[in-house]
Design a protein around this ligand. Structure first.
Ligand SMILES: [Zn+2]
Length: 244
């Protein structure tokens, strides 16, 4: 499949990435984030949960796990040039696309005023069930609803305007890491090592470093092939949606 490259020099100065858990960004999007921060684009991360249900260590209190995972995500962000992280502190494993979550994401959209929002897909992917954790689907759905119509509608979540003085903001484009149906890609070859370093910052979640690195390399090479790039290149694939 030949994928036409989406124009990325269309005035994008700020990108907001909204995901469910620490490490979600680093699996599917961190290579692109590194490319954008290198180009001077400001990238903000919004984490719906702090990953307190992650890992297999039953001796660690869940509140301590949340603190640890926020630290790991902050380290991972640093690897790809991101220092602005917003944690919404929803409980891991129990995320629903509620009006409250839509409002909280809309608040961040109005604060950041991004030209591009990245989120997880709200659609279940049957070929890779791990990508479709229920928290991913719910945070994806809430983000789509926050992009359209909530954050642009002055009468949606009126407390944002009344209490926080946050003017409506229209996000012109949304990108989601959907492999089947992808219509754009970012060549991450030059930043692949930084993506690995970002992912490996999630020490509490990665028992087998070599296996995960090999897996990411295989995925990224497969993505590059789908994008029509030559052998030896790595890519991240997205479904880009015009949300103007
Ligand atoms: Zn996740």
């Amino acid at each position: 499949m030949e994928i036409p490259e989406f124009a990325t020099d269309d005035g994008v100065e700020r990108v907001l990435v909204v995901v469910a858990h620490p490490d979600d960004i680093d699996f599917g999007m961190a290579g692109s984030v590194a490319t954008w921060s290198d180009a001077g684009i400001e990238v903000t991360y919004c984490l719906v949960t702090s990953g307190d249900a992650g890992g297999n260590d039953r001796t660690l209190a869940r509140a301590d796990m949340a603190v640890l995972r926020e630290e790991e995500q902050t380290m991972a962000a640093k690897q790809v040039g991101v220092s602005d992280l917003r944690f919404l502190h929803y409980p891991d494993g129990r995320v629903e696309a509620t009006l409250e979550l839509r409002r909280d994401i809309s608040r961040v959209i109005r604060q950041v005023q991004p030209q591009r929002v990245l989120s997880m897909s709200p659609e279940r992917m049957w070929d890779r069930i791990y990508a479709s954790h229920p928290d991913h689907l719910a945070s994806g759905e809430a983000t789509v609803a926050a992009v359209y119509p909530d954050s642009r509608n002055p009468f949606a979540h009126p407390e944002l305007l009344a209490d926080d003085d946050l003017e409506p903001w229209t996000v012109p484009q949304m990108w989601m890491p959907i492999r089947g149906g992808a219509n754009t890609y970012v060549d991450i070859t030059d930043n692949f090592d930084r993506k690995i370093a970002a992912l490996l910052s999630h020490v509490s979640q990665i028992p087998d470093v070599e296996r995960i690195e090999a897996m990411l390399r295989e995925w990224a090479a497969g993505n590059a092939k789908m994008a029509g790039l030559p052998d030896g290149r790595y890519a991240e694939l997205f479904r880009a949606v015009d949300t103007r």
